[in-house]
Design a binder for this molecule. Structure first.
Ligand code: ADP
Ligand code: MG
Length: 151
């Protein structure tokens, strides 16, 4: 499996990179975001939303778990940090199988409920405003997507 790396030096650069990704997304795409608190998962999602032509401001859905936005296609933005039981079925499938793009912050916390084919993106703190962003595609669709955005 190939992985792709990007270095960001500011929140703006992270959002811009995510916006570029957003422009290449298709209905049904699943993006899993991983990284510590403050790593930039929500910042990334805001940029991605712009790439889907969403005009509303995307905010962290921590207290609602799922928020839905409408752009070129729907965006289902999940933050599963507060899901206490990885096996609890909160109806995620309906979103994964829907007509929109799903972005899941803290995706590993819902374990096997995540589709096995997805694009996992890890955000690592570098010093201060630096972030290392690593894209790990699982499945052909996502390998193709990574090639598109890295060319
Ligand atoms: P998370 O959702 O992972 O908890 P947020 O996106 O909410 O993280 O917060 C990231 C914070 O880090 C924001 O305050 C943002 O301005 C700051 N930040 C600094 N540098 C970067 C960067 N290069 N990329 C993303 N966010 C950054
Ligand atoms: Mg967040």
């Amino acid at each position: 499996m190939n992985s792709f790396e990007f270095h960001s030096n500011s929140p703006e650069q992270t959002a811009e990179f995510a916006m570029k990704l957003g422009r290449h997304l298709h209905p049904g795409d699943i993006i899993a975001l991983e990284g510590d608190l403050g790593a930039g998962k929500t910042t990334f999602t805001k940029g991605l939303a712009q790439g889907l032509d969403i005009k509303k401001t995307v905010n962290s859905p921590t207290f609602t778990i799922i928020k839905e936005y409408q752009g070129r296609m729907p965006l289902y933005h999940m933050d599963v940090y507060r899901v206490e039981d990885a096996f609890e079925d909160l109806g995620f499938d309906e979103y994964f199988e829907g007509d929109g793009v799903t972005v899941v912050e803290w995706a590993h916390l819902i374990g096997d409920q995540l589709p096995s084919e997805r694009l996992t993106i890890y955000l690592y703190h570098n010093k201060e405003d630096g972030r290392k962003i690593v894209l790990e595609p699982q499945g052909q669709r996502y390998e193709q997507l990574c090639r598109e955005i890295s060319s």
